[in-house]
Design a protein around this ligand. Structure first.
Ligand SMILES: NC(=O)c1ccc[n+]([C@@H]2O[C@H](COP(=O)([O-])OP(=O)(O)OC[C@H]3O[C@@H](n4cnc5c(N)ncnc54)[C@H](O)[C@@H]3O)[C@@H](O)[C@H]2O)c1
Length: 446
């Protein structure tokens, strides 16, 4: 205990110590995915295409992004993947579960996100990835009818079966390390109740088949018990419950969620901080949202309030009317079209309008997020970080936070936090953007 405390103290106050403590990314990394649908198959196919030099990992911060180090005059801007010890794409192996038994090539073909011409050259790699039997409950996702589903007398036994899948996958693939990213369908909306409040209550609930323990929670529980980092890409509660947060702390496992930040919410968290930064007022924000899940409203509505903080500035945002109208239009499939009308006001209250028509491809925006999360959660585990990884809020519509804290939604603040965490891990100075001239001005003013 004392040694752990000393190590933590050294890490906080001497980042160089942290750098020395990070395990290198040796050997293979297995990315395990419950839900091999549009997002997961687009990510897997993309990684395989990139490995073969057929395409580029655009939209992935870990692969394409740079990070500034030191003073501007030093001119050090390495690629993030060259700065922190991330798993190399060539060392990644994929596995997963689905209620349908299609292999990843078949599932990617059905998803119709990527063209056949891109999938054909990687067909043999994708065909090898076959889904394991899923933990599934029709109560949570009604419109699915797959037969590739586990059977057991209790949810506890189902969790044991997932743990066995994890062990078998590790042994058969020869992976050194694993991470899990939930890409399964959005589950029905439930609220936190007693069964979610402690590890004891949760495990008792698993044994008595408590209906408020969802399949995604069973995967998360199994992953955490096995020491496998877990990220949740859907808006379901999943690991955002006290029982699993405590379990993650106890087992030294990084966790995080919820809901990949794509589409219209991505746009909101880019635009709102800019208007807010210029102290421009906003009277109304109306969005037609192409998503087909009403439960998603919960993860989408809070975004503007958290960025604009109307209670701190009622003159600018106190009257804000924020409406999201969810209109799913099936003929467009994954290529969704969203409309935003934003009524803003400027100097002396004069009104202006912004209209956005975003023709986005959801899975194309989500795929690099899955990859980055897998790589960063693996890094976090090797850096001995556990519990909720708030520095990865950048990737989520509804970032999980420690109890009582407001989530940070502003994408630019999220990026600063992410980059400073990486700098801290590697013993580099944190960047506050307060340049030398600022200090000179200060000295002159004194
Ligand atoms: N597409 C995006 O931009 C985006 C953005 C944010 C969040 N998400 C979330 O990502 C998830 C996946 O989205 P998608 O577009 O790939 O959906 P999808 O319907 O194409 O794929 C979901 C897959 O999960 C499988 N599945 C459902 N329940 C399962 C279970 N219990 N165990 C194993 N497999 C299960 C389904 O059979 C299906 O193959 C959804 O929850 C969605 O809300 C997607």
């Amino acid at each position: 205990m004392a040694q752990k405390l000393i190590s933590k103290y050294l890490t906080i106050f001497n980042p160089k110590h942290m750098k020395e403590q990070i395990e290198q990314a040796n050997g293979k990394l297995g990315i395990l995915i419950p839900g091999l649908g549009a997002v997961a198959t687009t990510m897997i196919a993309g990684v395989e295409a990139v490995k073969k030099g057929l395409s580029q990992p655009i939209g992935s911060l870990t692969q394409m992004g740079n990070i500034r180090l030191g003073k501007r005059t030093e001119n050090r801007y390495p690629k993030i993947k060259d700065f922190v010890p991330l798993a190399d794409l060539k060392d990644i192996v994929f596995g997963g579960w689905d209620v349908y038994d299609d292999n990843v090539y078949e599932a990617a073909t059905h998803a119709k996100v990527l063209e056949p011409g891109l999938l054909l050259p990687i067909k043999s790699e994708l065909e090898k990835i076959k889904p394991m039997k899923a933990v599934f409950d029709k109560e949570y996702v009604r419109n699915l009818d797959g037969k590739n589903v586990k059977e057991a007398a209790s949810k506890y036994e189902l969790a044991q079966q997932v743990m066995k899948d994890i062990d078998d996958f590790k042994n058969n693939s020869g992976c050194e390390r694993l991470v899990m990213v939930w890409c399964g369908s959005t589950e029905k909306y439930i609220e936190e109740t007693d069964v979610h409040k402690s590890i004891y209550a949760f495990e008792t609930g698993l044994k008595s088949n408590d209906p408020l323990i969802s399949p995604s929670m069973i995967y998360a529980y199994a992953a955490i018990k096995k020491g496998v980092p877990f990220a949740n890409g859907a808006p379901n509660l999943t690991c955002d419950i006290p029982a699993l947060i405590s379990l993650a702390k106890e087992h030294g496992v990084p966790i995080g969620g919820k809901d990949f930040k794509t589409g219209q919410t991505l746009m909101k968290t880019i635009l709102a901080p800019g208007l807010h930064a210029r102290s421009l007022g906003i009277r109304g924000w109306f969005s037609t949202d192409p998503d087909n899940f009403k439960t998603k409203e919960v993860s989408k509505l809070g975004v503007l309030d958290d960025i604009l903080r109307p209670e701190l500035n009622p003159d600018l945002y106190g009257e804000l009317y924020h409406k999201i109208r969810i209109n799913y239009y099936p003929p467009h499939g994954d290529n969704k079209e969203s409309w935003d009308n934003i009524d803003i006001f400027g100097w002396l209250g004069y009104p202006m309008q912004i209209k956005i028509n975003f023709l986005c491809r959801d899975s194309i925006l989500a795929a690099p997020i899955v990859l980055d999360l897998a790589l960063f959660f693996d890094l976090a585990k090797r850096a001995n970080m556990s519990g909720i990884q708030e520095w990865l809020s950048f990737y989520f519509k509804s970032p999980q936070t420690a109890e009582g804290l407001r989530p940070e939604h502003d994408i630019f603040k999220q990026l600063i936090k992410l980059q400073n965490t990486l700098r801290h891990m590697m013993g580099e100075d944190l960047i506050t953007h307060l340049g030398l001239d600022y200090y000179q001005d200060l000295v002159e003013a004194l």
